[in-house]
Design a protein around this ligand. Structure first.
Ligand code: NDP
Ligand SMILES: O=C(O)[C@H](O)CS(=O)(=O)O
Length: 491
């Protein structure tokens, strides 16, 4: 049973990974604004009281980053790669402990948390390699006495704001390319989940990342940190993962400095099952896509469209499989679905279910908060879903699977694209011409074909429309932390 920080430390092989101070310019410091509580969503117990940094302390971290970045950028890509590789090795060696800390503060089952640690570490491994491959180019002169070369240089200080649903991977997906490029990085983790970020800082220090180059800045007040990041002229890059409304706020604030921004925002993923799909595979894909992190990911299926001819069979198969899923404390063996992050998250799922029922939807499984301590909710399936219902336009961010019936390709493509979002989409089909037509017609940054899981460091993750700006992961991911310069020389 996990109820206190002492108890949490007792679960760790390396208790020094559990830190409640902030990591500012290479030093572990208290917060000038006191502390804020971190709770275990499975029980509601306070597991830590973490340093609450003031805006002045955020500014000190930025000053240190600005000073340290110049020297860090002078290292060769290979030298930076070696430090990043060490950080990767330390993370993987501590995978169990980092997973326990993550489950304790976020709630996801330990197996899934350990999976996130490997996923987060994969970005560090990948960009350690990319650090050695930041290439320029030469361009034929436009006049006989002119020579043109193009070089790429680190943008400078990168500031990061990240959400609670992937407390490790959302930070490394930003910090890895930033550090590989020669930038300095100041990261503000979500107030619900700072412990995973601080554990990353412990390992970054051990890996030899120089003081000031990497700081983790916990705080209770998100908006004040956002304003400092956007208004401080020493910050040249803002990278944010979170909801679209907050992304809009940050873009407005960053506009005053014309600051380069990367935005990984909200989604509303369609998951389409055609009548030529392998139904069993589609059911397994829907479960992984819908219930990963208990539905609390921006790429989770939010709308499940099933072609009329296979609708009833798919609904029955899905119901039988979901009914077997075990809800419980993420630290308990066999748990597949942990708690939601807060009571507010539970209320949103309940609101979407009430709305659907009021508009003719039918709950064929679940529908109630689970009778356990903490913020648990039973995995739920609603049939008879229609575009008039809230989940058609609003991201549920919970274990609710609404099933929509459709007749043909053109109809479902129009339905799938009828949203302001454009992050991830999925469909199951076998016919090759259908696969090409539908994949090209879906207005999303990511299309999963006959798979419900698309997350990898190898691919350029990101959205179109109001799901974001820029890409994270793949060799494209480092470009967001580089400035391109050309040198025109008269010879
Ligand atoms: N595209 C993607 O990759 C992802 C998108 N999301 C989206 O985010 C939402 C769920 O995550 P959630 O954490 O609730 O999203 P929020 O946007 O509310 O919070 C994200 C982060 O932003 C901080 N924040 C909130 N308001 C401000 C502000 N005014 N200025 C600066 N920072 C601020 C939060 O701090 P604090 O928590 O302390 O308030 C948190 O660290 C969903 O809509 C989901 O789709 C989530 C993850 C990934
Ligand atoms: O925060 C999220 O939802 C992640 O971006 C989804 S993923 O990267 O794990 O696919």
């Amino acid at each position: 049973m996990l109820d206190t920080a002492t108890n949490l430390k007792s679960l760790l092989k390396d208790p020094s990974l559990l830190v409640d101070k902030a990591y500012v310019a290479g030093e572990w410091v208290e917060g000038d604004d006191g502390t804020f509580e971190v709770t275990n969503p499975a029980r509601g117990d306070v597991i830590a009281n973490v340093a609450d940094l003031s805006r002045a302390q955020i500014g000190q971290a930025i000053d240190a980053a600005y000073s340290a970045q110049k020297d860090w950028a002078s290292w060769t890509g290979k030298e930076r790669a070696q430090v990043l590789r060490k950080w990767f090795d330390l993370m993987m060696a501590a995978q169990e402990d980092l997973g326990i800390i993550l489950t304790a503060e976020q709630g996801k089952p330990l197996a899934e948390a350990k999976g996130e640690i490997a996923y987060g570490a994969s970005f560090i491994e990948f960009f350690a390699e990319e650090a050695k491959r930041v290439y320029g180019e030469t361009i034929p002169g436009h006049q006989r006495d002119k020579r043109i070369t193009v070089i790429k240089q680190p943008i400078g200080v990168a500031a990061s704001i990240t959400p609670w649903n992937f407390p490790n991977a959302m930070i490394t997906r930003k910090a890895a390319p930033a550090l590989a490029a020669g930038c300095a990085f100041v990261g503000r983790p979500a107030s619900e989940t700072p412990l995973s970020a601080l554990a990353l800082a412990v390992l970054a220090e051990r890996a030899g990342i120089p003081k000031g180059v990497f700081s983790i800045l916990p705080s209770a007040s998100a908006s004040e940190v956002g304003k400092e990041f956007c208004e401080n002229e020493k910050v040249r890059k803002l990278t944010f993962t979170g909801s679209t409304p907050v992304g809009r706020t940050l873009l407005r604030q960053a506009a005053d400095q014309v600051m380069k921004c990367s935005m990984e925002l909200g989604g509303n993923a369609p998951f389409i099952v055609f009548d030529d799909a392998d139904l069993d595979a589609a059911v397994e894909g829907a479960i992984m896509c819908k219930f990963r992190n208990n539905g609390q990911t921006c790429v989770c299926a939010n709308r499940i469209y099933v072609q009329a001819g296979v609708y009833d069979a798919f609904a029955e198969k899905l119901k039988l499989r979901v009914a077997e899923m075990k809800v419980g404390d993420g630290l308990e063996e066999g748990t597949e679905l942990g708690p939601l992050i807060t009571a507010k998250a539970v209320e949103k799922v309940q609101e979407h279910i009430r709305d659907a029922k009021a508009k003719g939807g039918k709950v064929i499984l679940g529908g109630e908060a689970q009778d356990l301590s903490g913020t648990f909710f039973a995995p739920t399936i609603v049939t008879g879903a229609t575009k008039e219902m809230l989940f058609s336009t609003d991201e549920t961010f919970g274990p609710l699977a609404p099933l929509f019936r459709f007749e043909d390709e053109d109809e479902v493509i129009d339905l799938a694209n009828d949203t302001i979002f454009g992050l991830a989409s999925y469909f199951y089909a076998k016919d090759l011409s259908r696969v090409y037509k539908v994949a090209e017609a879906l207005e999303y940054g990511i299309v999963g074909v006959n798979t419900g899981i698309i997350s990898t460091e190898m691919a350029p993750f990101g959205g179109v429309k109001q799901s974001g700006l820029g890409r994270e992961g793949s060799h494209h991911g480092i470009e967001d932390y580089l400035e391109m310069k050309y040198i025109c020389m008269s010879v």
